[in-house]
Design a protein around this ligand. Structure first.
Ligand code: PLP
Length: 368
């Protein structure tokens, strides 16, 4: 009996990467393991991704780069985020390649690389429409690559962009971004043929082969989550994470008895209520109050009452034979049924990414 555990099927991560690599047909797969591998555990998932065919890794922050760089010193690593001076030093020390889109930052990178006695590999970022990081000026891309090539402390390593609507099949904006990026990538490649051109996230990999270029940066699909918020199986992906707990207590309720803060649920007849010892302190969001189901003995039971920090309650029905100690599955499979992160996301009005990233550090991640 474990209070709460996130079981991570690293075999599923490996198979998801093999699936993505086969879709890529020659382009490299870069597994995105930021935010502790989308809540799945970055180290174990990175190792599984590499054994499944990923050849590179990507993170967002300097601290993440330090962690992954230490564990996988010979695997090319890209830190994708904007970097504070401390983050930059951490990423450089980890041997990570960096993102840049501003001349002043590139000069700063050169200074810090020289100070560390290393050479920084720079991926120049084009903002083709995401409206976040990157330069919007196509001419600046080649100028920045030249600045890298001219510096003894820098190396031009890549040109890249990020899509805003790859996961929205109806959106034409994806094609607009792709067209803009193709022109920029072509000009950059003509002068720097050795650079890596990359744009696709998971959704773009499945959506359009023209977006694959030299490499794809896949996160969500690596973990078997559906980039389109549907059924991952339809794209040959297997969810890697399950969130498990157990029934800590079962008590008989009379009609009208209430469960939890605010009495938001009352029994409308005699029933049995099970108590599971996890709550929003573990990432079971309060928005799931009276708005989720839990598997026990292979059957779904409604989550009733308000989610507390450390407990949730489920209605087991009047004739329940469920007793204390039985396993409860909040996300994942049990018997013939399964509850996916996408189901939580739909109930919460969010995306599967936020569901798994939201499982808190209090929940141990265990392989198997
Ligand atoms: C810049 C960048 N590239 C790639 C990814 C991976 O995207 P996905 O998880 O949709 O595959 C992300 C994730 O947010 C990102 O920020």
């Amino acid at each position: 009996m474990v209070r709460a555990v996130a079981r991570i099927d690293t075999g599923a991560v490996r198979r998801n990467c093999a699936r993505l690599a086969s879709e890529l047909d020659g382009a490299e797969l870069c597994a995105v393991v930021k935010a502790d591998g989308y809540g799945h555990g970055a180290d174990a998932c990175a190792a599984a991704a590499l054994s499944g065919g990923a050849t590179r890794l990507a993170v967002a922050t300097g601290v993440e780069a330090a962690q992954i760089g230490r564990r996988f010193p010979h695997v090319p690593l890209l830190t994708m985020g904007a970097l504070s001076p401390a983050d930059l030093d951490a990423a450089l020390s980890a041997g990570s390649e960096l993102a840049s889109w501003r001349a002043d930052f590139i000069h700063h990178v050169a200074d810090r690389a020289r100070a560390q006695g290393s050479k920084a590999r720079v991926h120049v970022k084009y903002d083709s429409g995401m409206g976040r990081l990157g330069t919007r000026d196509p001419a600046e891309i080649v100028a920045l690559l030249r600045a890298c090539a001219d510096s003894p402390d820098l190396e031009p390593a890549g040109v890249w962009t990020h899509f805003a609507t790859a996961d929205e099949p109806e959106s034409d904006f994806f094609d607009e971004q792709l067209t803009r990026f193709c022109a920029v990538a072509e000009a950059a490649k003509a002068e720097f043929p050795e650079i890596t051109v990359h744009a696709a996230n998971s959704a773009a990999v499945f959506r359009d082969r023209r977006a694959h270029f030299d490499m794809a940066r896949c996160g969500v699909a690596v973990y078997g989550l559906d980039p389109f918020q549907g059924d991952p199986a339809e794209r040959g992906l297997e969810p890697a994470l399950s969130l498990r707990s157990y029934v800590a207590d079962v008590k008989r309720f009379a009609s009208g008895d209430s469960a939890g803060y605010g009495q938001t649920w009352r029994a409308d007849g005699e029933t049995c209520v099970g108590v599971l010892p996890l709550g929003y302190g573990d990432g079971v969001r309060r928005g799931l109050s009276n708005n989720a189901e839990v598997l026990v003995g292979g059957r779904r039971y409604p989550l009733i009452g308000t989610v507390s920090m450390d407990n949730v309650t489920i209605d087991l029905g009047p004739d329940s034979e469920v007793g204390p100690g039985e396993e409860a599955v909040l996300i994942g499979s049990q018997g013939e049924d399964s509850i996916r992160a996408e189901e939580w996301a739909a109930r919460l009005g969010t995306i599967n990414y936020e569901v798994t990233c939201g499982i808190s550090a209090r929940v141990p991640r265990v392989e198997g």
